[in-house]
Design a protein around this ligand. Structure first.
Ligand code: BGC
Length: 440
């Protein structure tokens, strides 16, 4: 193996993956232009009105919530106590698969009826016939909101494919399934995006929260538009920023996009989110393997298996701080039957994982800078960016990398912008949205 050449390859990857300060400002500017609608026909941001604004913090009551957005669904009983306090009384989570694992409710072969009946059946196990349950529903896909309790799915994302849901009104589908299960006592009152939920959960306790974001399986951000044109009042706008497409991209991104369910869509999400970053790591590593810079005698099986490296694997790779990178060695052994790998090869794998996740954090920070420029160009006020999602919570150095990218731009003003991890915000926000809607 030519050490210098592998080194050069990794240096080259650094050049194509990492963003300079100029790249960042450029991205933030393009993002801001799209927010203003200046890119008009080519706008990739959906900018969806939610008809909700920040809570007062005085909302109270007990609510059932559905958090639907990844491969698991979560049902919770949330009690809002006011002044930013809440309790989760009961929580249950289940995968969108039949208990045998054979039937996948997110696949094309599954229908809207099957999917919502399956959810209603789980709700039936949590509720009692004699009680009434106001329900807040977090449905984390791009939706055109007709009002706070009615939303039409524009298109699936995150490789969901269930038939008969796109173009349909989601609360109606849920209500039908609830009726079939004889659950007239469960009353959907609000449907929101998970970014809205995260923002509502953070601003329930802290009035300076004005941006909500998810860095998890998917990616998206919402913000409070201080003067929404149709009402002249503050309103949360769901940017659907995962669809933003004016980002510097690499041949690996192109390859991933072409093989995806919807080429050309969700370009930012495909470069940053947990559903895809493992695949980018796989594509980059496979490229180096095919060019014979790595694992020359013993090619790991992931080279031929799309999506075989997951975000969790990337987390494990980056968490390996042993001198000999023994955890990466074990990962190669147990998952890919590579009994002998060199330290240089393991280091290369860690470098690739680090570049891919660093770029993810930088790109996301760039979009936050664009939003902040839109709502407060001189950065006169304090802003809390509420973030939920496994990538933000668990990926080593990820949250820090977003913060340092912001700090590098804002310098002396950087204390004005705080990132706040808002755990389970998407679910709690559904209860807050339900409380707001009931009191209207
Ligand atoms: C969806 C967004 C959602 C995000 C995070 C994206 O794929 O389009 O609506 O907020 O995932 O869950």
């Amino acid at each position: 193996m030519n050490r210098g050449t592998l080194h050069e390859q990794l240096k080259n990857l650094e050049m194509i993956f990492l963003l300079s300060k100029t790249d960042l400002s450029d991205l933030a500017m393009k993002f801001h232009e799209e927010m203003k609608g200046e890119a008009s026909r080519n706008n990739s941001l959906k900018m969806l009105p939610t008809y909700l604004s920040a809570p007062t913090g005085h909302e109270t009551g007990s609510f059932l919530t559905i958090d639907f957005g990844g491969t698991n669904i979560r049902l919770q009983f949330v009690v809002l106590l006011g002044e930013g306090h809440y309790e989760i009384i009961k929580s249950c989570s289940f995968p969108l698969k039949s208990p045998s694992g054979l039937y996948d409710y997110t696949s094309k072969g599954s229908s809207a009826e099957d999917l919502f009946y399956f959810i209603a059946a789980h709700i039936a196990e949590m509720v009692e016939a004699e009680n009434i349950y106001p329900l807040g529903h977090t449905f984390s896909f791009p939706c055109k909101q007709l009002e706070t309790n009615r939303a039409i799915l524009i298109n699936w994302s995150k490789e969901f494919k269930t038939s008969g849901v796109e173009g349909h009104e989601i609360t109606g589908l849920l209500e039908k399934a609830l009726a079939q299960k004889d659950l007239q006592n469960v009353k959907p009152v609000a449907i929101i995006n998970d970014t809205t939920g995260t923002l509502l959960a953070a601003s329930y306790a802290s009035p300076s929260a004005d941006i909500g974001s998810i860095c998890g399986t998917g990616h998206n951000t919402c913000y409070i538009e201080p003067e929404e044109p149709s009402t002249g009042r503050p309103m949360i706008i769901n940017l659907e920023s995962g669809n933003f497409n004016k980002i510097p991209s690499t041949p690996y991104d192109h390859c991933l996009d072409q093989a995806s369910e919807r080429p050309g869509e969700q370009i930012l999400e495909k470069a940053v989110s947990g559903r895809y970053i493992g695949e980018i790591v796989r594509l980059v590593t496979s490229d180096l393997i095919q060019q014979k810079f790595l694992f020359i005698d013993n090619v790991p099986g992931f080279v031929d298996i799309p999506n075989s490296i997951k975000a969790e694997d990337v987390t494990d790779i980056l968490e390996d701080n042993t001198l000999s990178l023994s955890r990466i060695s074990d990962w190669l052994k147990f998952n890919w039957e590579i009994d002998h790998s060199s330290l240089e090869e393991r280091c290369a794998l860690k470098t690739i994982a680090s570049l891919v996740t660093m770029r993810s954090a930088q790109l996301i920070a760039g979009t936050y800078i664009g939003i902040l420029h839109h709502i407060d160009p001189l950065l006169l006020s304090e802003h809390v960016i509420a973030v939920d999602g496994a990538l933000f919570e668990k990926m080593p150095h990820y949250a820090n990398r977003i913060q340092t990218t912001l700090d590098e731009i804002y310098l002396d003003n950087s204390n004005k912008v705080t990132l706040r991890f808002t755990k389970d915000g998407s679910g709690i926000g559904a209860a807050i949205a339900a409380a707001i809607c009931i009191s209207k």
